[in-house]
Write a protein that binds this ligand. Structure first.
Ligand code: GLC
Length: 728
């Protein structure tokens, strides 16, 4: 056999070296370590435990691969030392935490961050949060939450990016990138369809078809995974009778085989064990067999993996090769995060509340605020004598909202504190907390109003009223809050209402009792300065609703990107108060609406006012006919027709008029923030590849179907006049 020349050998060695990219280097290390592990040690890596003194002992025995709810750097180092120095193989622990909208500095709720329609700002906030968390020893966050939410009775609408798949996808991608940039691994959750819980009641059953999943619920997960999301969390719900944690089609066929995900899959808290309650597993051992064979790598707090997996492998119910694959996913993540090189946290280098982070949190709070009404009372003239009242005016804990575990209320700057910087403030809380029904405080507030030029009422929800397990069947303001607003209205003074809540509440009657309403999804640590600057006109509101605002909870679920039905609302329907006595059976017509609350929402998706006004004109396409590989070029003029320099989020919607399956009446496909001086007009545009009009059709093919389309460019999902085009 001809011997290889020296030159050829050198070339091959160089090619081999090049081919051994860091990825291959990590895979080599993973295989090397895996080959040394016992089955018990492998299973130890698949076990995640929540904080407590037991962690050190479990770590020393190599029986825990990850911990959560342990945030003290010294405690983290103690557990890490036990794993690295006392266990046989010294595999470091992956330390996790729910860093959902900040760690120490709390940013607006994710729903509020979605209202900014500003992915770059959200990415910056995620990076800032990651800096704080990583400096405390956290290397993995259970964020972003990508659950599409179409029902505000569900308390977890607070944690996601609302009802639209495109906005959800861009927000999720931004968070994944922001976390990653500072060494924090992300976890896209909850896979999948959790937000479609029947009745908006948390943990409840969902019945989404494969086509709904693929067209509405999957896109944000796929985009986040393509952006590098390191892990994914299964959801509590069963969909179509199968709990996600035991759904092999989801976790292996789709996630691994179709999407090529090479990250790690973790259950939600005991969601494996809960398959017994679901009636999908006979006991914890059976649940363990189901979830690990479905494709779950790590078990959060069911104890099933550490208790039964060894037995299941020996019984032949679980192949050791499946265990090996799970452990590969876990070890690969630990190597990628550099845990083997640097397992410990520097206890003297903890970052919290630095100026840059506080500034980012304030900017996010400014941009997340949505102006729903303004009869001209806003902005308030600085120096005015104002009565500040309401249970959310000076509520530092509530202002942070749900999932703010590590936020510290003493760092919250409340609106009351901030308003005193710009106004002559009289303060009367009126109510002690959002559920307070006592009238005594309202009487005092009413008396105080006589000394004020204007009144600002801070209402909304205590943090506990939204978030996990906190569903509501009524979305009206709790307690006597509406009464407080009404009492303020009766004084005849100008009334501004500021809402801080974890969800869109049904505030139609409260709107009637005020001249202006600013809506903030729990704005976080810097909410006070942001709101003060917005009320005084230093900042101009630019937020847009990321979720539909209902007139009544009975309208749920209601969302803008619905299909049309065969009997769509005509807008001429007869409402309850106008129905004649002894009206004939079909006299009211037969279209889709509510006799008592009509058809439309209180505010549509994408809605938000400014202190100025904007006009869209000259919307044009570069063609009226496009091939499937074409790019639609849209141009339009946007004018600031008012007196304030301000920012508008222009939105591009599309409708596919006829499909092999029915298509939404509108779908958001592009948006952009445009800052214009008063009187300025900008000529702007969007480009939209025709390929982005694809959907999963009647044949379950992902394709663009030929035919007629409409396209809007407007300031919300309800406005605008469409332009037409066709795809050939
Ligand atoms: C909770 C939540 C999940 C969270 C996890 C860890 O039950 O459903 O979103 O990340 O447990 O706290």
């Amino acid at each position: 056999m001809r011997t290889m020349t020296k030159h050829t050998a050198l070339v091959l060695a160089a090619m081999l070296a090049l081919a051994c990219s860091p990825k291959d280097e990590i895979d080599r290390k993973v295989e090397d370590l895996l080959s040394k592990m016992t089955l018990h040690e492998k299973i130890g890596q698949m076990n995640q435990l929540s904080g407590g003194e037991w962690l050190v002992e479990s770590a020393a025995k190599g029986e825990v691969g990850s911990i959560l709810n342990c945030v003290d750097p010294a405690e983290i180092n103690a557990v890490q030392r036990a794993a690295v120095e006392d266990s046989r193989l010294g595999i470091p622990i992956l330390v996790s935490r729910d860093v959902i909208h900040g760690f120490r500095t709390i940013f607006p709720l994710p729903l509020g961050q979605a209202a900014t329609f500003d992915p770059a700002l959200v990415e910056k906030g995620a990076a800032a949060s990651a800096r704080e968390a990583v400096s405390s020893g956290i290397k993995w966050t259970f964020s972003p939450m990508l659950d599409i939410a179409r029902d505000p009775r569900w308390g977890r609408v607070a944690e996601g990016s609302g009802e639209d798949p495109y906005l959800d996808a861009l927000m999720g991608e931004a968070m994944v990138k922001g976390y990653r940039s500072e060494g924090l691994a992300s976890c896209v959750k909850h896979f999948v369809g959790y937000g479609a819980a029947e009745g908006g009641r948390d943990y409840n059953t969902t019945g989404l078809t494969e086509r709904m999943l693929r067209n509405v619920y999957f896109p944000a997960f796929k985009r986040a995974i393509d952006a590098g999301a390191e892990t994914l969390m299964t959801s509590f719900n069963e969909n179509d009778g199968i709990p996600s944690t035991g759904n092999r089609w989801l976790l292996t066929d789709i996630l691994r085989n179709e999407w090529g995900f090479d990250g790690m899959v973790v259950t939600d808290w005991n969601s494996s064990g809960e398959m017994v309650a679901h009636g999908f597993a006979s006991d914890l051992k059976h649940a363990t067999e189901i979830s690990v064979n479905a494709g779950v790598d790590m078990d959060m707090m069911s104890y099933g993996y550490i208790s039964f997996l060894e037995e299941l492998v020996k019984d032949g119910k679980v192949k050791e090769s499946r265990i090996d694959d799970a452990v590969r996913n876990i070890l690969r993540l630990k190597f990628r995060l550099g845990l083997f090189e640097n397992p410990y946290v520097d206890e003297n280098a903890v970052i919290a509340y630095d100026g840059e982070t506080l500034a980012a949190a304030r900017q996010a709070a400014v941009e997340s605020a949505i102006l729903l009404k303004n009869d001209g009372v806003l902005p308030l003239a600085k120096g005015m004598k104002i009565l500040v009242t309401g249970p959310l005016a000076d509520a530092p804990y509530e202002q942070m909202g749900t999932w703010a575990f590590d936020g510290e209320a003493e760092h919250t700057v409340t609106p009351l504190a901030a308003l005193k910087e710009s106004f002559n403030v009289i303060y009367e809380p009126g109510l002690a907390y959002s559920r307070d029904n006592s009238m005594a405080g309202i009487v005092k507030a009413r008396q105080a109003a006589s000394r004020a030029d204007a009144i600002v009422v801070f209402v909304g929800e205590e943090a506990i009223l939204s978030g996990e397990a906190h569903s509501l069947s009524s979305l009206d303001l709790q307690g006597a809050q509406s009464g407080l607003i009404s009492a303020m209205k009766s004084t005849g003074k100008p009334v501004v209402v500021v809402v801080m809540a974890g969800r869109p509440l049904t505030i139609e009657r409260d709107l009637a009792n005020c001249g202006a309403m600013l809506y903030c999804f729990h704005p976080g640590t810097m909410g006070g300065p942001a709101i003060a600057d917005l009320l005084s006109g230093v900042e101009v509101p630019s937020g847009k609703t990321p979720i539909t605002f209902l007139r009544t909870a009975g309208q749920a679920p209601m969302y803008y990107n619905h299909t049309n039905s065969g009997r769509p609302n005509t807008g001429t329907e007869t409402l309850l108060e106008d129905i004649p006595i002894a009206a004939g059976q079909t006299s009211l017509g037969c279209t889709s609406y509510y006799l008592d609350s009509g058809y439309g929402p209180l505010f549509p998706f994408g809605y938000g006012l400014s202190y100025t006004t904007f006009e869209y004109s000259n919307i044009s396409l570069d063609s009226t006919r496009y091939g499937k590989d074409g790019i639609i070029k849209v141009e339009f003029d946007l004018s600031n027709t008012g007196k304030y320099d301000a920012t508008e989020t222009a939105q591009l919607y599309v409708r596919d008029l006829v499909g092999s399956v029915t298509r939404p009446v509108k779908e958001l496909k592009r948006f952009g923030r445009f800052t214009l001086k008063a009187g300025e007009t900008v000529h702007a545009g969007f480009e939209l590849p025709v390929s982005e009009l694809a959907f999963w059709n009647s044949e379950m093919e992902y394709t663009v179907e030929e035919g007629a389309f409409q396209l809007w460019v407007a300031g919300n999902s309800a406005d605008g006049t469409p332009v037409e085009f066709t795809v050939e």
